[in-house]
Write a protein that binds this ligand. Structure first.
Ligand SMILES: Nc1ncnc2c1ncn2[C@@H]1O[C@H](COP(=O)(O)OP(=O)(O)OP(=O)(O)O)[C@@H](O)[C@H]1O
Ligand SMILES: [Mg+2]
Length: 372
């Protein structure tokens, strides 16, 4: 009997088998210890779309609780310029109250510490009082607050500065033991730092979430398939890594399509093309189409060349290709440099250490070849 699909191709769905991340987990473990014995060293988790930030925070939550430290997970929703930091701080407070359930916590009373029409400096004093009061009720040695998707606060970015100001206050440091773990996309985080200088110096401990290794992908896929009645052959497992580069969301999505094409429990080369195509279509809807839409027609021409060549190229490589060979055509050669820089600025292509231009995500490359 074949079991239902065990893969979790959805943002925020925790994987059935959590792969890799050993270093991150051990770093968090030592952070927990020093937070109790010395003082909390708040942590920032950085990573691009679908790389596993939410899943890692949820793993941290479990680890904290298993060590007897209450932990709460707060997903930050999207804010706009018209919102005020006090509203964001209020949301965090509300989520903390829900996430730290305790019989004797008077949530309503605690939320009354906030009065919604007050000014910025009061957001700071109100949140300070809230943390002090909550701490008194918690009866714990350490409490962990996981704030996911901080990039959603970018339109009211001074919220993060309020958080910094509150957490660095003497009375908070002396009287409470909250350890905050924040997650954000790298570009938003650097904007927070640029705009609010002390933020970067306060939240100094960063952890960058990266793709899983080949070994980690294989183990994760195998363990996820265990007892399902479905087996992927060795070539398929190798290809999953070759195409996704270990990007967790892409691994889950591709594996999920492969799983659905099993015949008598076996998934082999015959399943590949259709599964890849369906994966690319979905990645298109999720992300790639909007990324591609940021490129102008001319930029898209260069993008196609980069995808076809399947290797990093320098500006000279591009220029030469436009002068001789099968790609020679009327193209404003002098502008190639500008187009490439613009593509890089928009986050569509990247540059490797030797300064050559590249599309690091192979799935995006395949998408360009098939759909643009
Ligand atoms: N360590 C892991 N091992 C296996 N799969 C993982 C792991 N981490 C995340 N995933 C899978 O990858 C996908 C993305 O995970 P998650 O939502 O945690 O990423 P994210 O960085 O928070 O993404 P988003 O940009 O959507 O917020 C999900 O399908 C999840 O099941
Ligand atoms: Mg997430």
């Amino acid at each position: 009997m074949i079991k239902s699909n065990p893969f979790t191709p959805q943002s925020g769905w925790e994987p059935r088998v959590f792969g890799g991340r050993e270093e991150a987990i051990s770093l968090f473990g030592s952070n927990l210890e020093s937070a109790v014995s010395i003082r909390p060293n708040h942590l920032v988790i950085l990573g691009e779309w679908g790389i596993g930030k939410t899943s890692l925070l949820k793993q941290f939550k479990r680890i904290s609780q298993s060590k007897g430290n209450p932990a709460c997970f707060c997903a930050i929703s999207k804010f706009t310029k018209r919102d005020r930091p006090l509203e964001a701080v209020y949301l965090i407070a509300e989520e903390m109250l829900m996430g730290f359930p305790g019989a004797d916590i008077d949530s309503e009373g605690l939320l009354k510490l906030f009065s919604r029409h007050k000014s910025l400096s009061q957001a700071q004093t109100q949140f300070t009082r809230f943390l002090l009061e909550l701490w008194r009720k918690l009866d714990a040695k350490l409490a962990i607050v996981l704030l996911d998707d901080l990039q959603n606060l970018l339109p009211i970015s001074n919220t993060i500065d309020i958080l910094r100001a509150v957490l660095s206050k003497e009375e908070i440091v002396r009287n409470t033991r909250f350890l905050f773990v924040l997650s954000s996309t790298p570009s938003s985080w650097s904007m927070f730092i640029d705009k609010h200088d002390p933020v970067g110096r306060f939240f100094r401990k960063r952890l960058v979430v990266e793709n899983l290794t080949n070994e980690e992908v294989k183990t994760t896929v195998e363990k996820t398939l265990k007892d399902t009645g479905v087996v992927f052959d060795a070539d398929i497992k190798e290809k999953i890594y070759n195409y996704t580069g270990g990007h967790p969301y892409e691994v889950q999505l591709l594996s999920s399509h492969l799983y659905d094409s099993q015949i008598e429990g076996m998934v082999d080369a015959s399943a590949w093309d259709a599964a890849l195509l369906n994966t690319l279509k979905e990645l298109g809807k999720d992300y790639f189409t909007s990324l591609l839409a940021k490129a102008s027609d001319r930029e898209r021409d260069l993008l196609k060349i980069l995808a076809e060549e399947k290797k990093p190229l320098s500006i000279t490589d591009f220029r030469n290709m436009m002068i001789v060979g099968r790609r020679a055509r009327k193209f404003p050669i002098a502008n190639i440099k500008n187009f490439l820089y613009r593509l890089e600025e928009k986050g569509i292509i990247a540059r490797n250490i030797s300064g050559n231009f590249d599309i690091p995500d192979r799935m995006f490359r395949e998408f360009i070849l098939k759909f643009s």
